[in-house]
Each structure stands twice: as C-alpha cells, then as structure tokens.
Ligand binder design. Structure first.
Ligand code: DX5
Ligand code: ZN
Length: 231
C-alpha cells in the first residue's frame, strides 16, 4: 500500500500537536518534516527543537527532508531529536557515501533527494545503499507550488529501473501532490506521496486525507488484479 507523508510546512503551528494527531488518525503513516537553512533554499523553516517537541505526540515515521548545505554536520542531532529517516539533497552532498553511512550509523533510514533539474541517473549508483529516493516535483523551498508534469517521466523511469534490477528502495514524490493528481503520481510508480497544502488547507484534515486513502486503496486493488492475486 502507498504511504502518505503530510508536510508540516503547511500546518497551523498554533495547533500543531492537534493537527499532527489528526493526520495520524486519518491514516498518514509518515510525517514529512522540511528543514530549510536559507542557503540551499531561500527560505528558513524549523529545526531540532520543533522535532523534539512533537516527537511524543505521534507514532508516525518522522521523515526529515534536509534542504540544507553540508547535511553531514547535523545527522546525529536530527536522529537524536526524533528523525526516523533522513533525506539529504544530492546537490548539497560532497561525499554521498559518507553521509549515507552516517545516517545508518545513527540508526535511521537514509534517503537521497534530487531537484527537478538534476539528472535522474545521478542517483543510480546509490540505489542499493539507501532506503528512499525523493523526487522533487517542484523546486524545493516553498509549499503550495504547482506539480511539474516532467516529474511523471522521472518517476516512471526510476520505477522501471528499480523493478528491473529487483531493488527495494522506495520512491517518494514531493511538491504539488493533491487529490487531482495523486492517482497519476502513484500510477507512475511512487510509493510515498508528500502533501502539504492538500492535507492542511481548505477542508478538514480527515476529509483531505480520505481522498489520498481512497486512491491508495484503488491502486492496491489494481496491483493485486494485475499480479493475479484477486480478480
Ligand atoms: C518544498 C517541500 C515540500 C512542500 C510540499 O520544498 O519540500 O515538502 O512542503 O508542499 P505542497 O504539498 O504544498 O507542495
Ligand atoms: Zn519536502
């Protein structure tokens, strides 16, 4: 089954704990936590103190997306304050393998993210070493941007490569995913969908999430039919 990772960036920080609990109750297994440093991306978001203070409100997998330069400097701290997985940007990494090792040594799952302009093939050498590849479907830095349709082909290409080589690395897609395109995104081969605005804005969190869950269930059924497990 696909996984939903609501992005905290779009939450109402005045009632953050309550909203996180709502996402968990509605079926979101991950919580996507965007850390921005004002250098790798123009914006600044939040860091360790916030993660520590929300850790106990939820049993979700804390999926920390580091949009920072020199990610190697902070791996241990992020794991200590509650990250279950750490995804860093390939574009920000000097020694990719060293960072992957540091994440694993600290006891977390490792992910690599690529911006829309970075060739997909750049992550191929690491697919056996990480648990996750995060394909950005917007330029990182801000929530609420429209999904870039070029991402579909990148998801498809990576899905084919992973399946052909019988790898277990997961594909996560981040930016502009919502109820209108979620079917296409998972149909192209994404395992995990990040969604900020589509979860926290407009309608209630539970209603917003129900659209994702319905799409995930349909996709699961389709896969079982095509695998011959059900008719
Ligand atoms: C953008 C962040 C995203 C963002 C997604 O740099 O990495 O996680 O919060 O927000 P939406 O779903 O609103 O595009
Ligand atoms: Zn993100």
């Amino acid at each position: 089954m696909n996984i939903l990772a609501p992005s905290l960036l779009a939450a109402d920080f005045n009632i953050l704990g309550k909203q996180i609990k709502e996402t968990e109750k509605a079926g979101a297994e991950y919580l996507h936590i965007d850390v921005m440093d004002g250098i790798f991306v123009p914006s600044i978001s939040f860091g360790m103190p916030l993660i520590s203070s929300i850790r106990d409100t939820s049993g979700q997998f804390f999926d920390v997306h580091l949009m920072i330069v020199e990610p190697e400097r902070y791996i241990r701290e992020f794991v200590e304050c509650g990250a279950d997985g750490i995804t860093f940007h390939l574009e920000a990494a000097r020694d990719v393998r060293q960072i992957i090792e540091a994440i694993h040594e600290a006891g977390a799952k490792a992910g690599i993210s690529i911006k829309p302009g970075t060739p997909l093939e750049a992550v191929y050498p690491y697919l056996q070493e990480v648990e996750l590849i995060l394909i950005m479907s917007v330029e990182p830095g801000f929530g609420g941007q429209p999904f870039m349709p070029e991402a579909y082909e990148r998801i498809r290409q990576l899905r084919n490569y992973i399946d052909k080589n019988k790898l277990s690395v997961k594909i996560e897609v981040d930016g502009g995913v919502g109820k209108k395109n979620v079917r296409e995104v998972i149909g192209a081969g994404a395992d995990i969908c990040v969604a900020g605005s589509a979860v926290f804005k407009k309608r209630s969190i539970s209603e917003n999430i129900s659209h994702f869950m319905a799409a995930f269930k349909e996709n699961e059924k389709k896969k079982m039919i095509s695998d011959g497990k059900i008719r």
